[in-house]
Write a protein that binds this ligand. Structure first.
Ligand code: PLP
Length: 395
């Protein structure tokens, strides 16, 4: 096992380190406070109070009412539940509008809907990863049940104008759901006054634990549950609550609310210094995605002349964690669906790497990464990908 102190973790869009304050808050609910929140006695009721507090904290982070928060098992479930609900509400509306750059939590679900007799319109993006809102509006038909569009892209960090999209959906009288799993905790969100019907978030992207998420459902929006059984979550998500994880998500939301403004500018400055220095030191490097409408923590770079999975291997040997924008499948290097949708030249898409920063990164991490990356990329530029796999870790 590699100890976490040894690594340079620049993969915060994949998952984040638990905040120690979150661990402290959740532990008693794994040991002492094991009562069932639905039980009528004090030992159970105190657990219910802890869940209520978590709901208030998540609502405060989103700028909505606590009653609009439904706890789920993950971000994927939240996305699936919102879209399924819309399809169930009106049997005459079996059409979904989405985009070409969604996470598989939406993309695969939409593929299943299309195979199961529904229909899906996928709206494309331009070379910077931006949507054409007129095209999106034209995609909505009288049969459309829901428009589902992510807030921030997990690979490029590109931000979509969800407020405008929500307004288009409202005008066209269709529901609007947003996968905000990458944006919650990274940018300010205030749902009061917005016309978003539902929004998905996931605790492990904001220094909470894996396996717990939430779905915001606007109090004026009808909702049909995905998981059916008991009356938990006000009949919107059955099953005995994952208490410790929900408490942890609440604390993670509280920490994010408190840290957001300061963290946002610190992380942005760190990302920008990293990106500027890499562009200076590594020739033929390009930034993928819109550089303005972008999460403050994400940098998606293409190092022309390399294959990203070979770079991933070499970075791994230096304990540098990041993500590759392409992967070798059945002997061919294939770019991610996001970069393909952006229509990047194949050489650029194959050479893309994602670096994503977070609360626990330091300037020292940036310095170490800036030593490793130029050396690895220049080495890879002169050797073949198969040789890269055999190279010893010396730069
Ligand atoms: N949507 C986006 C944009 C994501 O980045 C992720 C996780 O990587 C998910 C959905 C899935 O979230 P979860 O892992 O909580 O199911």
């Amino acid at each position: 096992m590699i100890a976490s102190e040894q690594i340079i973790y620049l993969d915060n869009n994949a998952t984040t380190q638990l905040d120690p304050a979150v661990i402290e808050e959740m532990l008693p609910f794994l040991t002492d406070y094991y009562g069932n929140p639905s039980s009528g006695y004090t030992f159970g009721r105190q657990v219910r109070c802890a869940i209520d507090l978590a709901r208030e904290r998540v609502a405060a982070l989103l700028g909505c009412e606590p009653g609009e928060i439904v706890f789920t098992s993950c971000g994927t479930e939240s996305n699936n539940a919102a879209v399924n609900s819309a399809l169930q509400l009106d049997p005459n509306r079996r059409h979904v509008v989405t985009t070409a750059v969604e996470h598989s939590a939406t993309r695969r679900h939409c593929e299943t809907i299309a195979k199961g007799g529904g229909s899906v319109t996928v709206v494309g993006v331009n070379g910077e990863g931006n949507l054409d809102l007129d095209e999106l509006e034209r995609a909505i038909t009288p049969q459309t049940a829901i428009v589902t569009v992510m807030w921030a892209n997990n690979e490029t960090g590109v931000l979509f104008p969800v407020e405008k999209i929500a307004e288009i959906a409202r005008r066209k009288r269709v529901l609007f759901h947003t996968d905000a799993i990458q944006s919650v905790g990274k940018i300010p969100i205030r749902l009061i006054g917005m016309t978003i019907n539902s929004l998905a978030l996931s605790a492990h992207k904001l220094h909470g634990p894996k396996g717990v998420g939430a779905l915001y459902v606007n109090k004026r929006s009808a909702f049909k549950p995905l998981v059916i059984g008991g009356s938990q979550e006000n009949n919107r998500r059955a099953g005995t609550e994952n208490v410790a994880s929900i408490v942890a998500l609440g604390k993670a939301a509280e920490c994010a609310s408190a840290a957001l403004a300061e963290e946002n500018s610190r992380v942005r400055a760190m990302r920008d210094r990293f990106e500027t220095r890499v562009l200076e030191r590594v020739p033929n490097t390009f930034v993928n995605g819109d550089r303005t409408a972008r999460l403050p923590n994400t940098s998606n770079l293409s190092f022309i002349g390399i294959e990203s999975d070979a770079a991933l291997l070499m970075f791994d040997r230096h304990q540098l964690c990041c993500s590759a924008g392409s992967a070798c499948r059945t002997g061919l290097v294939e770019a991610s669906h996001v970069l393909r949708a952006m229509n990047l030249p194949a050489e650029r898409a194959r050479a893309s790497m994602r670096f994503s920063f977070g609360r626990f990164n330091t300037e020292a991490d940036v310095d170490k990464a800036l030593e490793i990356i130029p050396a690895v990329i220049s080495k890879l530029g002169v050797i073949s990908p198969s040789d890269a796999a055999r190279e010893p870790a010396t730069v």
